[in-house]
Design a protein around this ligand. Structure first.
Ligand SMILES: [Zn+2]
Length: 302
């Protein structure tokens, strides 16, 4: 590099740095002037406040509304204080401003209630307060209708002869989960509900014994219990067909698989009929009564 061009570049750098510091000085002066004029605006607001005898005088509120919504450089808190108000009270007095964002449901323009306002869109598109509360009502109503329906389904009973239930239960109980090397609470147990199925069978069997129903008596078992019982029985029935026969034969002459298939059909038909009854009793647009609402909130089953 020649001596001459080196000089030239150094000279240019010097000039650029001078321009830069000059600009910084202008900026600092401008900032100072802005702070001063901002203070002057607040002082004028204070004067207006002192002149008017009512805090909510329309002239004062009009000025505050303009400054708060149109002049973001004038900070909200000092502005409110200059007018003898807390920020919250000032916001209430000047009212909201249009946001340019429309409610996704009814098209009403959403209003900004403060400078830090953000459109309420936590669960989806922005909604106006009215539509938001409607949506909340609908959600909770749907949930209540679901609860009312599921109560009808839970109350439904699958009818079969006592001996049919007894055979299914004894079959499940004959193959305890321990013989399958499944321990209570293990991941296999949690995934397949092996122990739950076994314990359910024990509950059903003990109830049959306590009811002293004779083999041919028709006995109703709750849909959920019946379903779990039949599913578990179907799972173990063909592990050891000879043993299965030995367990079932003294109770009923029907082959195990035929019996379970028939019970399974009964369970499905009963559940289906109960669901249809529930949907008819509580259609999609059903309005729960106050009593039903309370029940839905306070019932602890499922
Ligand atoms: Zn709306």
């Amino acid at each position: 590099m020649s001596e001459e061009s080196l000089h030239e570049i150094l000279g240019d750098i010097e000039q650029s740095v001078r321009d830069f510091t000059g600009a910084e000085a202008v900026l600092a002066e401008a900032e100072q002037r802005r702070d001063r004029t901002r203070q002057a605006v607040l002082e004028q607001v204070g004067r207006l406040y002192a002149e008017l005898d009512a805090i909510h005088a329309p002239e004062l509120i009009g000025v505050l509304r303009h400054l708060y919504w149109q002049q973001p450089g004038i900070h909200g808190r000092p502005l409110a204080e200059a007018a003898g108000l807390h920020l919250h009270d000032m916001l209430a007095a000047i009212g909201p401003a249009p946001s340019g964002i429309l409610c996704a449901h009814c098209g009403t323009e959403l209003l900004r209630t403060s400078r830090s306002w953000k459109p309420p869109a936590r669960y989806g598109p922005p909604l106006c307060p009215h539509c938001l509360s409607l949506e909340r009502d609908t959600r909770s109503r749907r949930w209540q209708v679901e609860r009312l329906r599921s109560r009808i389904v839970a109350e439904a009973r699958v009818q079969a002869r006592a001996m049919d239930w007894r055979a299914a239960a004894e079959l499940v109980l004959a193959f305890p989960p321990l013989s399958q090397k499944v321990s209570r609470g293990s991941s296999t147990d949690q995934q397949e509900g092996v122990w739950r199925g076994w314990e359910n069978a024990r509950v059903v069997r003990n109830r049959l014994i306590a009811s002293a129903a004779t083999s041919d008596d028709s006995v109703g078992v709750a849909v959920d219990e019946a379903q779990l019982l039949v599913e578990t029985a179907l799972r173990v029935a063909d592990w050891d067909t000879a043993r299965t026969r030995d367990i079932v034969a003294p109770i009923t002459r029907e082959p195990a698989l035929a019996l379970l298939t028939r019970l399974n059909r009964e369970v499905r038909a009963t559940a289906q009929a109960a669901r249809e009854r529930a949907e008819a009793a509580y259609p999609e647009d059903y309005e729960p009564t106050e009593g039903e609402e309370n029940e839905a909130w306070h019932s602890t089953d499922r």
